[in-house]
Design a protein around this ligand. Sequence first.
Ligand SMILES: CC(=O)SCCNC(=O)CCNC(=O)[C@H](O)C(C)(C)COP(=O)(O)OP(=O)(O)OC[C@H]1O[C@@H](n2cnc3c(N)ncnc32)[C@H](O)[C@@H]1OP(=O)(O)O
Ligand SMILES: CC(C)C(=O)C(=O)O
Ligand SMILES: [Mg+2]
Length: 571
Amino acid sequence: MILKTHTVKQGMPDASQKYRPYPQIDIADRTWPSKVIDKAPIWCSVDLRDGNQSLVNPMGHDRKARMFQLLLDMGFKEIEIGFPSASQTDFDFARWCVEEGGVPADVSLQVLVQCRPELITRTFEALEGAKNPIIHFYNSTSELQRRVVFGKDVAGIKQIAVDAAKMIMDMAAKAGGGYRFEYSPESFTGTELEVALEICNAVIAEVKPTAENKLILNLPSTVEMSTPNIYADQIEWMCRNIDNRENVLISLHPHNDRGTGIAATELGLMAGADRVEGTLFGNGERTGNVDIVTLALNMYTQGVDPELDCSDIERIKAVYEYSNEMVIPERHPYVGELVYTAFSGSHQDAINKGMKAIRQANSPVWEVPYLPIDPQDVGRTYEAIIRINSQSGKGGIAYILQEDYGINLPRNLQIEFREDIQRITDEEGKELPSKKIYDRFIERYVDQTGARIKFVDHHTYPAGTDQKGIRVVAAEITDNGETKRIEGKGTGPIDGFVNALSTYLGIDLSVQDYSEHSLQHGSNAAAIAYVEMAHAGGKLFGAGINTNIVTASLEAIVSAANRVLDEQKKA
Ligand SMILES: CC(=O)SCCNC(=O)CCNC(=O)[C@H](O)C(C)(C)COP(=O)(O)OP(=O)(O)OC[C@H]1O[C@@H](n2cnc3c(N)ncnc32)[C@H](O)[C@@H]1OP(=O)(O)O
Ligand SMILES: CC(C)C(=O)C(=O)O
Ligand SMILES: [Mg+2]
């Protein structure tokens, strides 16, 4: 065989020559590491703006309206509905929200605008008549953008922000007030802290925030450039040094370029931030904005009310997928298809035991290994907690039979049946659904299609006055379809029937373990009996299901005997 060859580039360029490390922040007495998050921040959804601007096909009215309604239903009090000066769609949507959107009195619509006069004018037109809307203006302040995008020094960049702040304050006053304001030094994480502070203080001086109308100062990690502890340092430093801190709400707007947006936000909150802008499941530019649902549920699982309703996560997911035309991956925290599922044996064993313990304890506190949240709290079920493949163990199989079919296998039968299931999953190399596991159990232990012996009927009577406590069991069975009558003696029907069958088959059988229970789920049969039978070659189980418990037991004995006969045939 001739192998095709092609040139493969060997290795990446020298990192030390191509990239620079992010500088440390000089704040030795930082306090955030010992803080805890004990209350929800002010949440602002930017799905309809930052999320929307990153989509292949930006949302039209219908997709926006559906997302907007969901955000209201979840309890967001601040929603950035778009960039109305950027497109007619966004402008019209802003008008629709104001005129027909049914916005509750305690919800503020927020819109984004660049620091450009014509865009600011159009933005005010878009919001005419809105109650307490937030005008969010921004300009990029980073060293890189000052140099390559704007060609301006710090003073020039500050002037852009100050001029916009002046114009906005002026227009708001002329419109009779009722506006709120937000300023973002965009690319904050690429901006020297002193420069960001200087520009923000200049904006604060123009806006003159008060206790009644605080300025939202949004400090975005427009591009996530460092480890989350550095973002926390930057936030703590800004909180300490900003003018008029009591009348300024410090807002976080993290992106997720390094995959640490959640961590950065949590540390930023510990560092003193009051507010978070993000999106559902983290849609947004490049690797996305911070995921607000995950943040909220992280809080929830620490015992803190997130003040956002995530109780119907499937609806949130459906709207996300419809409005964004994107699909949520299986591993996404709290919502992914597989995040409440264990395939591996030891996890299943621990979950199985944890679920039993929590039910027995009847405690309201959630404590189940490998499940940081009760799936039911977000509207998911226990159905998919355990699924079976070749990595699974007896605990998982037992859990499925118990939960889905009310079959509570004795421990030794769990071990025996697991071997059978393991062989199938190894052979098939894929997941074995619950129904197939059940069918396999019924076929192997209960129905035994084609088995030699079938139980038909029995009756018992006392053995005689000279044999106190001993009963005779007379039973009818079929052997390869032929009716046979067999008889044996014992202390009860099980004992006597085993004796009768052993004698008839000419093999030594004795019951090692016996148990039974009623079947709760979906079967007409009332009870299941399990018999562990010892024979010359070892031990194995049989099972029987019947409305009559004695019949179920005798069927279980026949089931075990058939399996012994099979083993003998194979040997
Ligand atoms: C980090 C973020 O998410 S920021 C938000 C980004 N979102 C969007 O861009 C989506 C909506 N934007 C748009 O539809 C368009 O960019 C518009 C309508 C706003 C503007 O369109 P245009 O005027 O055609 O152009 P474009 O964006 O290319 O222009 C950029 C110009 O504005 C300047 N500019 C960019 N941002 C700002 C700002 N925040 N404040 C002031 N000027 C700015 C640039 O320096 C550039 O100036 P130049 O023309 O002198 O080179
Ligand atoms: C407009 C600003 C806040 C933004 O989206 C960002 O910096 O990421
Ligand atoms: Mg952003």
